[in-house]
Design a protein around this ligand. Sequence first.
Ligand SMILES: [Cu+2]
Length: 293
Amino acid sequence: MGSLHRSGTRAHARTALGLAILGAVLVLSGCSSQQQKEWRNFAMPDPATQEAQGIFDLWIWGWVAAMVTGIVVWGLIFWVVFRYRQKSPDEIPVQTRYNLPLEIFYTIAPILMVIVFFYWTVKVQNDVLVLDEEPDHRVVAVGSQWTWTFNYTGEDAVGDRNVYTSGTGRDIPTLWLPVDETVRFDLSSPDVIHSFWIPGFLMKLDVVPGRDNSFQVTPRTIGEFRGKCAELCGVYHSRMLFNVNVVSKADYEAHLRDLERQGNVSEGPIIGGKYADLQVGSEIPDELSGGEQ
Ligand SMILES: [Cu+2]
């Protein structure tokens, strides 16, 4: 009776394993290459800038560490459940109350894991916030309720003046960036807190009124990306979208000359929209500074 019961359990286990493998094969073979890549990346987009690689690696290795931990913990749980199960109706399994080495181990192991995660998180965070003294290009990105203005400043600007592009609630602006060149974003807001986010660059940073937040990127692939505001900033927050075109240096310079031809030129970085006369850093009228939420 006992051996019959055991062979039945084994058959069940084999059927369950077979079904699990079949299910995994069906799920994965039904995936497009795009979906397979998402599985491989644990849903993270491919890092499109040099700076994003560290963030991407942290994400992948964080998952690997979590899965190794999961496998060890699940393995121990199942091992204990089977090894020390009740084997006959009148037998009581050993009732161990404590095990000092084990308790020390499961106190110290999580602390060590937190230290390792913390170390790598701080390291990657510091790496992505490094700023070159002299980046190849500087863009002052202004987030305002509820659109973006991109000011191409410094050497890019035509005749040392500022060239800009600005969106409206209806028209989404496009930020152009040259491939393989380092661009520094100086973030500015005249009203409330926004957040400058290009998901494909795996990086976002808050745009805080009165505070100088900056980070830099070096795009490594030509392509189109999407950007958005990632901070609930008022009624039309959802309209704060923008496009990003990463192009060759020649195309980038041609685009700046186009903007100049269209008359999008000013002395310094501007706030944009209907406040195009206002320069970044100058006094902000009351109706702009948080009044229109
Ligand atoms: Cu916003």
